[in-house]
Design a protein around this ligand. Structure first.
Ligand code: SF4
Length: 369
């Protein structure tokens, strides 16, 4: 991904969790979603003020309306219309439920929605619905994906990688292609919210998945990105290097002398349903609340965000790693396991040459592959 955006000044991706209400009960849910809306959710007026602030980052700022299920908000269309009218690139991550009808998708397309992201965590109805906690979710999701394609809304498929889903990945890749998705976003589980009851894959298994993803991406008709697994960029670089295409600027470059990707607080910001500004939805450490502090000021100037944008402030083997400027590890996972967002990412098995400091703890670091 081209990082033409100056991520010290603006996030490449701004996510607003418009609600935590959702009819599903997914096993991995970061938001620990509930059937009913929280009484302290940002109001319609506060949401519009937030979108106005997002516009201060610049024309075309990418804003992802997330949840919960955004369709649980009766003012969702009004918010999409408002954001698009303000010149924002508005995308949506609705839940795969019977509420997401073709008529709803058409209405969103008419509003100018730039992308719809749908979660698919199993390649069959049985596997997906078991993970999502709702019979019929797979059918609803596939129908919505087809509706998005018919309406001309680019489709993204999000998949969670954990012990329960990892064997589904090859069949899921086929499904992503069948659905004509433009992007497959593969999320490596961070144990927050309901995700604490799931087993992450081991670092060695994660490495094998990333190598497979890198290989798959070379011929797939869709793009591949990882979420909360920036070491995918290290794996891809090593793969290119081993293939003889040594990056000219050394291991801290993607080969053209620039950083790639975004990580928590560095090209990425998250506003919770009650207005808290987090570096990521998986790193729930608040830099302020949009009801009191400015979103733009929080992103640019809050100490938490500034620390997260400094790869030289990383600790442990991430701090000693020659790939820290293209990777840096998942700050969310480090925080989830250690309480320190600058600690090493326990999902990465790479050990920098000559490194003899402490190894990451937590998760399944000692687990077999
Ligand atoms: S050690 Fe840290 S910075 Fe280096 S590749 Fe692994 S996660 Fe990335």
């Amino acid at each position: 991904m081209n990082r033409a955006v100056d991520t010290d000044r603006r996030p490449f991706v701004l996510v607003w969790e418009v609600t935590r209400a959702c009819d599903l009960a997914c096993k991995h849910c970061r938001a620990d979603a509930r059937p009913n809306r929280h009484p302290d959710e940002l109001t319609t007026a506060e949401g519009k003020a937030l979108l106005d602030e997002a516009r201060e980052f610049g024309e075309g700022q990418l804003v992802v309306l997330s949840g919960g299920d955004p369709l649980s908000r009766p003012d969702l269309f009004e918010l999409v219309d408002y954001g698009v009218d303000r010149g924002l690139n508005v995308t949506l991550t609705p839940s795969g439920t019977s509420s997401l009808t073709p008529a709803v998708v058409d209405r969103l397309a008419d509003a100018g929605l730039r992308r719809m992201a749908l979660s698919v965590d199993g390649a069959s109805a049985a596997a997906h619905d078991e993970f999502r906690g709702e019979d019929g979710s797979f059918a609803d999701t596939v129908a919505a994906a087809e509706a998005a394609r018919d309406a001309g809304v680019p489709l993204q498929i999000n998949t969670t990688v954990c012990a329960e889903t990892v064997d589904e990945l090859p069949a899921l890749a086929d499904l992503v292609a069948e659905l004509d998705a433009v992007l497959w976003s593969v999320f490596f589980l961070v144990p927050v919210g309901r995700g604490t009851v799931l087993d992450p894959v081991s670092p060695e298994a994660a490495e094998r998945v990333m190598e497979w993803l890198a290989e798959t991406s070379e011929s797939a008709p869709f793009g591949v990105k990882t979420t909360e697994a920036p070491h995918y960029r290290r794996v891809a670089m090593q793969r290119r290097r081993d293939g003889g295409a040594t990056p000219p600027d050394g291991p801290e470059s993607d080969g053209v002398g620039r950083r790639t990707g975004v990580t928590a607080g560095d090209g990425f910001a998250f506003v919770s349903h009650t207005g808290e500004v987090f570096p990521s939805g998986f790193l729930p450490a608040s830099a302020g609340n949009v009801r009191e502090e400015g979103l733009v000021d929080c992103y640019r100037d809050a100490g938490l965000f500034r620390f997260l944008r400094d790869p030289d402030g990383l600790k442990g083997k991430c701090g000693a790693c020659p790939f820290r400027r293209v990777c840096g590890g998942s700050r969310s996972r480090a925080f989830a396991y250690t309480g320190d967002p600058l600690a090493s990412d326990p999902l990465c098995p790479y050990v920098p040459a000559g490194y003899d400091g402490p190894m990451p703890t937590g998760g399944r670091w000692e687990a077999d592959a």
